[in-house]
Design a protein around this ligand. Structure first.
Ligand code: SF4
Ligand code: FE
Length: 483
């Protein structure tokens, strides 16, 4: 089976025995849980869209390992065209879900582990690349969703992994056995882990020799014994328990994150992709971060398209669409959103081949992309709130709207232009609320800030990649300075 349908994907998740906890309770049926289901639907969209002929070119491609048709989310990029299509695919998925569809972390992990294992083997004579290719083929043939897990809790940020008061604050090997390793630690903010078949673990920072046991990468099924997921709270999350499609803003799609614990988890030898070769930890981190910073030039732009559309609809419903300042705000939002897209496309078009044969984005441009993503969605959200008006946060609930007595008042007094129902006006305002302040704000705002690395991480990379020495030379040449 090279491609799963959305329904097959849902059924495949039912078969997993995941240890998920939320509000202090174990969730026995995560697939049908009303708080978790919208996030599952977002991943399902990556399967559904791949079945549609009009998106075939973006959503699917041919495996270099098997020659079979596969979902692009499991692909190893072969050229810059693949890198560009990846960004376009993410914009499409963002447009269709208005949420984080989660599957990109696995794709970005695949491509970074692919090239890093190749180089580790070349230096150390290890067999990680073969291990990884075997795993990747399995993921492609079964069309799996894989969670790329990088972020450790990190404890005291001024201390290296081995120097922490609690050695488990970075995930590490606690036992080496003939048949594999045992690992302990946690990965924080795991986007989509509860909707994934496998978790692909990578180190979170560059490491020195003393951190050897922390320089570890591997993939195992998400229902492996010892893996525990604790769901993170989101603003307005329990609205999903109320059964109102208006009040949640986006009733079908969402995203979800979990603190994922690895409580002495066994990893068999053939699933290990790094084990002590500490000098490659930083390489892996830099590549994964680079790919994921490129990703944000696609996914956030797609969600931005929905938010800009929602603001334009809200303006129409308010009768304000012809006001020049409203038009100008929509232009500004579009300008900012398309600037992010330019960055995503540019770092892809400027990509280059790695020693392993796959393609890597231009690191400087990918970091510029993500740096802009830490800012522009905030401004787009601010302008959307400006256009929407205060009602997006003061409107009564759907229950009140449906109440025979109160509903008549709400219908009468919260009407905008006469041709539009009050219900529709409330629907679009709730969508804007969801994207800017509600459950989706995790993905559109705070994740824009911290996902794929916080702003300072990009500034460090920009400093490193910016080639100031070359620029100084240029200036001196023009100024005819001879030293
Ligand atoms: Fe994909 Fe964007 Fe979610 Fe990352 S934040 S997993 S790139 S949708
Ligand atoms: Fe993310």
């Amino acid at each position: 089976m090279a491609l799963m349908t959305g329904e097959q994907y849902i059924e495949s998740l039912r078969k997993l025995n995941l240890q998920i906890y939320m509000f202090g309770e174990k969730i026995e049926n995560p697939v049908d849980n009303p708080i978790l289901r919208p996030s599952l639907n977002s991943v399902k969209a990556t399967y559904d869209l791949a079945q549609m002929p009009e998106y075939e070119d973006l959503m699917t491609t041919t495996s270099v390992l098997t020659g079979e048709k596969i979902n692009r989310f499991t692909h190893i990029h072969q050229n810059t065209s693949d890198l560009i299509k990846k960004v376009k695919m993410q914009r499409l998925c963002g447009q269709k879900t208005a949420a984080c569809f989660q599957r990109c972390v696995g794709m970005d992990a695949f491509n970074s582990v692919f090239s890093t294992t190749f180089e580790t083997d070349a230096k150390h004579g290890t067999h990680y690349h073969e291990n990884f290719k075997k795993f990747l083929q399995y993921a492609q043939e079964n069309d799996l969703t894989v969670d790329g897990a990088m972020t450790d809790p990190k404890g005291d940020r001024s201390l290296a992994p081995h120097a922490q008061a609690d050695p488990d604050l970075f995930l590490h090997v606690v036992e080496r056995r003939p048949d594999g390793i045992v690992v302990r630690g946690a990965k924080a903010h795991q986007t989509g882990i509860v909707n994934s078949h496998e978790v692909l673990v990578m180190p979170t920072i560059s490491m020195g020799e003393d951190d050897k046991d922390y320089a570890v990468s591997f993939s195992i099924p998400t229902d492996t014994e010892g893996i525990i997921m604790i769901i993170g709270r989101q603003s307005c999350d329990t609205r999903k328990l109320e059964g109102s499609s208006i009040d949640v803003g986006n009733s079908e799609f969402g995203g979800v994150e979990a603190l994922t614990i690895f409580d002495d988890v066994f990893v068999p030898n053939d699933r290990i992709f790094l084990n002590g070769e500490y000098e490659f930890a930083g390489v892996l981190v830099e590549r994964f971060a680079g790919y994921h910073r490129q990703s944000y030039g696609g996914c956030k732009v797609g969600v931005g398209d929905v938010l800009i559309g929602a603001a334009a609809v809200a303006a129409e419903y308010n009768g304000a669409q012809r006001a020049s300042h409203v038009k100008d705000k929509l232009i500004e939002m579009t300008h900012l959103n398309e600037t992010l897209y330019c960055c995503g496309i540019a770092c892809s078009a400027e990509g280059s081949q790695t020693n392993s044969g796959n393609y890597m984005i231009d690191l400087l441009l990918a970091n510029v992309c993500k740096q802009n993503v830490t800012r522009f969605p905030y401004e787009i959200a601010r302008l959307a709130e400006d256009i929407a008006g205060g009602l997006m946060v003061t409107a009564p609930s759907e229950k009140d709207l449906r109440d025979p007595k109160l509903g008549a008042y709400i219908d009468k007094y919260l009407k905008g232009v006469n041709s539009v129902t009050t219900e529709n006006r409330l629907r679009i305002l709730r969508l804007i609320e969801n994207l800017t302040l509600g459950t989706a704000a995790v993905g559109y705002r705070t994740e824009s800030m911290h996902g794929a690395g916080s702003p300072q991480a990009q500034r460090i990379m920009i400093a490193r990649q910016g080639n100031l020495a070359m620029k100084k030379k240029l200036a001196k040449a023009i100024a005819k300075i001879e030293e």
